[in-house]
Design a protein around this ligand. Sequence first.
Ligand SMILES: [Zn+2]
Ligand SMILES: [Zn+2]
Length: 505
Amino acid sequence: MCEMSEEYRESVPKGLPQPRLGIEDQKCVKCKEGLPVVVIRAGDAFCRDCFKALYIHKFRAMLGKNRLIFPGEKVLLAWSGGASSSSMVWQVLEGLSRDSAKRLRFVPGVVYVDEGAACGQSPENRAKTLAEVKLVLQTTGFPWHIVALEEVFSLPPSVLRFAAQEPAGTEGAYKAAVDSFLQQQHALGADGVERQSQHCSQDPHSHTGPPATAQTQALSRLFDSVKTLTAKEELLQTLRTHLILHVARNHGYSKVMTGDSCTRLAIKLMTSLALGRGAFLAWDTGFSDERHGDVVVVRPMREHTLKEVAFYNHLFAVPSICTPALDTKAPEKASIHRLMEAFILRLQAQFPSTISTVYRTSEKLIKAPRDGCAAGPRCLLCMCTLDVDTADSATAFGAQTSHLPQMQPPVAQAGAAAGPCCCAGMGGAPRCCRSCLCREDPRAQVMEQLCYGCRVNMKDLPSLEPLPPYILSEAQLRSQRATVEQEVREYLLGDSEDETRTGES
Ligand SMILES: [Zn+2]
Ligand SMILES: [Zn+2]
């Protein structure tokens, strides 16, 4: 969800605001008066004020044109401490402090996930980082939630379930919500607004001491058991997403904002393609991501490049926190993520429209799944609708599943129940061999519920045993449900056949 690793690395690009030679005789392209301090693209030199206005406008316009966040709605800002997400938090702060006509009207909170254990940080270093984190969070005055990644070991299986969303807000509903909010504010007067935001900052903070040593060890064991850095990155991202989703649901946030910049999204798009997630690009990189149903992820920084973010943070003293990531110090070819990042950034240095071209492509992607798949089963880990496709085995997913019948997702089982059954002879109800296999082998149980990309990643995890319990429980639950559903279907089918025969005689 929140590409936090992004900002850890190049938070400050080389050659930051050094007023360039020859720039003195230039004027700001916007106001034609100010002294330019920032050159975004060749020829686009901005003065400090115009750059700030442009930066803020981009953020507001992204939220404004999508009209997804309703007034008074609780929004959780996923903050990694990195440049982009820090800039996002400061944009929200800025937006809330404006005069009432232009101010942002949602109610923000911040979540910080402490990933120290996965990245092999010592307890001392983690404590030091957390102290810095708290200091910054206190400055914002927003309610905040600090969660350790270890908490995935106590997540409930329900976090992996799709929760239906209330009917999507229409244009009319949005306008009505804005009007009623404004009336309410008017009745409260300016004081009411102030009191409301005061109240926010006093919310109880959910952090409860450092995680138990046993859980820290379990998390280290899990990450140590993963064979490749690529799969580690994906696992970290998956677990972090589940944890943030859990915090959001528990505290009534219906939106989560992540700080993905345009640069990061371009890299993510190419990485996702390479990882076999082509079917989900629109969810992985679009402005909004509705895969969880009740909690929608939005990416309001998607028009800002990393370069702009770095300039802005530098010029306007936006604090960020540097923490090591999984791939800190890893060589360039250590993972698909690292390789793709190096490739895109190097290409961008030579061809300045690389990132914008890739990014524009992401805007054109449509989310509609294949016909008939919309209500189908969802991937256990990334929670995208499985692109199940039994007819057309030309896809990688089809090619893979046609060789491994026991790995077909539950939906495919219904149509392909024919064949001899191993349980029939043992006096049990007729079941297909596939479900017997699943009940015995937890690995097959998990694998059959994954999308192609997640399946490929799981191959680098030799044993599922170190995984947090909620994943295995939910896999078991789903698999049992699929078996029962199939039994019921077979029973009903048998009944109707009998009836037909009786009718004929
Ligand atoms: Zn200017
Ligand atoms: Zn998946």
